[in-house]
Design a protein around this ligand. Structure first.
Ligand code: TRP
Length: 447
């Protein structure tokens, strides 16, 4: 259990850690390709709506639960069972989240591994057709299982190494440097991309909604992406909430995290789509490969391109690392407490499970490309199951717990919300808006 010496020092540490968890491949890699696959503007609008109406109350709720429990999600739930008399079935929520985290980590590290590899693979300066080169390079990369296994393993080892040291010591310091540098670099890149690519087409693609493109699958993907990008629904933010200083203002903190996260996703779109529309070899609907086919083209031809591209992929890998640690932290903390084993031992076991499971997603690119579950590849199935089903389900129960099960006075007092009007808005979002929207999306998508 976290004691006082483990409370993060200063308000900024929690913000940076939570923003470090939120900002990752979900913003830079996943958001652009999902927007590309799901028709652009229509997807973006639903995504932003879900961020505000669902993401905001659920993130506040998760931090609130973690802060009260001051422990890993499973133990936090146990604390609510013993102190607040809620049903012991709520502990399942902690378990369910730990499982979702490991499942997400399994494929997250495959893609984070690719970004590690890309540190060393810029487009050669004498290439005649850079965008074709980039597409061919990725095709070749993904057809080599051994190469992908190497990078997938390396990324997981780095993740486990940091978690073994403990989140407070392991990530607190590094995040202070990476996050601001990453912001600075992506802003520069988006300016460069706007001037050299087709910015007009990119803007209308991203922001002009074509409502004929909205279907149940677009809606469920947009909601899943809102959960994924904010790291919600599986206890990651709850686990970090355990270390938040007592007096920190939750509303300000959460608003800032959500703003930063959304900003990075939109900027990533503004880097990628002008390049996509300026090069006929690239298509917005390319899917998970979009980022890896497009970004190297952005660097081709700029001065010191090798250096700039290496720096960029180093930052992306670090951003991925500050997210991946939060995927495995809840299960590690639980194992450590439950079996009284060292963090290193716990994270080695859990990391190995994620590694093995990740091979399934990795081989979806090559060895088992034909294999299908519910007419999806293994990777797509894992992605769908975790993002579109498990995270929203976790979020639904978190909102129900805070909105309905715990007493209103207790929540209001602990949240330290003094303004009556704001409290009314907040509790109604948590009680009605978020659960009903999640429920509607499920019903609409499944039937
Ligand atoms: N939010 C991260 C990203 O956008 C990924 C992530 C980290 C995550 N922790 C999580 C997603 C917990 C869901 C749940 O890259």
């Amino acid at each position: 259990m976290a004691n006082n010496s483990k409370i993060w020092k200063g308000n900024w540490t929690f913000i940076l850690a939570a923003a470090g968890s939120a900002v990752g491949l979900g913003n830079i890699w996943k958001f652009p390709y999902m927007a590309g696959e799901n028709g652009g503007g229509a997807f973006v609008i639903i995504y932003l709506t879900c961020i505000v109406l669902i993401g905001f109350p659920v993130m506040m709720s998760e931090i609130f639960l973690g802060k009260y429990g001051r422990s890993s999600p499973v133990y936090t739930m146990k604390k609510f069972v013993s102190l607040k008399g809620i049903s012991s079935y709520w502990v399942l929520l902690g378990w369910f989240g730990a499982l979702a985290g490991l499942m997400i980590l399994s494929y997250y590290s495959v893609f984070a591994g690719i970004s590690l590899a890309y540190i060393f693979s810029p487009i050669p300066t004498d290439s005649l057709n850079p965008s074709q080169y980039s597409v061919d390079f990725f095709a070749q990369f993904q057809s080599s299982p051994m190469r992908m296994i190497f990078w997938h393993s390396l990324f997981l080892i780095l993740t486990c190494f940091i978690v073994a040291k403990g989140v407070v010591d392991g990530i607190g310091a590094t995040i202070k440097i990476i996050m601001p540098t990453l912001f600075f670099l992506i802003i520069l890149l988006s300016i460069y991309s706007s001037f050299t690519g087709e910015i007009g087409k990119a803007i209308s693609f991203l922001f002009m909604p074509d409502f004929s493109k909205i279907s149940s699958s677009v809606i469920i993907s947009a909601m899943g992406q809102a959960f994924f990008t904010l790291s919600l629904g599986m206890g990651a933010i709850m686990a970090y909430g355990a270390y938040i200083p007592e007096e920190q203002n939750l509303t300000k903190t959460v608003s800032l995290i959500i703003f930063l996260d959304t900003f990075v996703a939109i900027i990533a779109g503004i880097i990628i789509f002008p390049i996509v529309f300026a090069n006929p070899e690239l298509t917005p609907t390319a899917g998970p490969s979009l980022f890896f086919e497009t970004l190297p083209v952005a660097f081709y031809g700029i001065p010191f391109s090798f250096f700039a591209s290496a720096l960029f992929f180093i930052l992306v890998s670090l951003a991925a690392l500050s997210s991946s640690v939060s995927l495995i932290e809840p299960s590690t903390a639980w194992m450590e407490d439950r079996f009284k084993i060292s963090r290193t031992y716990a994270v080695t076991i859990l990391g190995s499970i994620a590694w093995l499971l990740g091979l399934g997603s990795l081989f979806s690119f090559n060895l088992i490309a034909e294999f299908q579950i519910f007419s999806m590849s293994f990777l797509d199935f894992m992605d769908f199951l975790t993002n579109s089903i498990m995270l929203p389900l976790g979020g639904l129960f978190i909102a129900l717990l805070v909105g309905w099960i715990l007493s209103e006075n207790f929540v209001k007092e602990e949240m330290k919300i003094k303004n009556e009007l704001y409290w009314k808005i907040w509790i109604n979002l948590t009680r009605y808006v978020a659960p009903i929207l999640i429920g509607l999306v499920f019903i609409f998508a499944l039937f």
